[in-house]
Design a protein around this ligand. Sequence first.
Ligand code: LLP
Length: 422
Amino acid sequence: MSGFSDKGGVLHVDDVPLPDIAEQYGTPCYVYSASVIRDQFNALKDAMKRVLPADRQPLLCYACKANSNIAILKLLQTLGSGLEIVSEGELFRGLKAGFSGDKIISTSFGKNESEIKACLNAEILQFNVESPDELNNINKFAAEMGKTANILFRLNPDVSGGGHSKIATGRKEDKFGNTAQDIRTLYKLSNEMSNVNPVGISIHIGSQVSQTGAFKPAFEKLAELVVILRNDGYKVERTDIGGGFPIAYNDEQLLDLDAYARLVADIILPLDTQIQMEPGRYMVGNAGVLLAKAQYIKQTPSREFLVLDAGMNDLIRPTLYEAYHGVRSVLNHNTNTKTYDVVGPICESGDIFAKHREINEVNANDLVVIQSVGAYGYSMASNYNSRPLPPEILVDEDNICLIGRRQTLEDLIARENIPKWL
Ligand code: LLP
């Protein structure tokens, strides 16, 4: 069976018992299932196939900020995915993993010179542009390099979407996108520029958008703008409808893929454009766990704390977004339950993975997993408290590969230097 499942009271990833991984690689560590990633990619692709005609299938550009390990990128590249990048570093990773430039789109906010030039060098498919100055810079650098850049303008549709205020991006107070009126002006301006080629419009309203209700008005505003631009006499050949597709972290009811695909068919398909999507979390979120050890059980007058050897430096989502992540013990031998505050070893009270959570009773040294951390887990990890970054392990049926080694203590100081005058 693929993915994470209980076999004989022991949690497995595909065919591999998690205790074997803990023994070989130590804890904490990130463990990913290749088959879950494949299944997610295919589920999204198949939902689109069921609803959209064969010659109008969207290009799925995996938003690699969710998880940018080059092995994960390679896996998605072999499945036929494109890539959405937001930095020169992500471009570098994508090219190393084997993505060709013509499947890469750059959506970064505040694109800098070196990143723009690297993207032009790689002849990426398009730049999604955030502001007039950014457009000017792309045109200028493209002229210097004798290139022409394809441009989409990102629309701010002024809709509220996203599982948390910090990850909603489509409201008028957010820094992202341009108004419809500004895009009309930018389209005109870019048509007069020598080294940019305006080809369409993009949106991205937020992440973990759980209601179709949020996508609908954004799609409608995108469609309205396409009509206006065409009436202005411009070509609009591409629409990029962004990412934001949600996953289940707990038992929440989420919009289903078919409903989403129908929305695309109803509103975007009639525009007769090439369609692009930028899913990140959906591809990898449920494909990863953070495997940790119960370091101590600490009883205080008001709480019982389950102290893990993983901390908020390894997984920041609960601290940063009050995000829910499932916690469970790897061995299911203990049927008594207990209520814990599940915390890490970092010197902050915010270093908490779950508050007042009832799970199977855990003893010191037992293994525990924090679930659904394949997206925005390792990619947001840090060295806070001088803790080395954990290893990442990819499992595919009975194949196990260390795709990112644990940092060493020497790694922590390798880029630092003590001045001679001290
Ligand atoms: N496209 C653009 C332009 C984006 O800004 C993002 C995410 C995506 C696509 C992918 O969105 P997804 O399909 O993964 O929802 N760190 C936060 C999520 C931040 C998302 C930022 N942008 C978290 O842990 O929830």
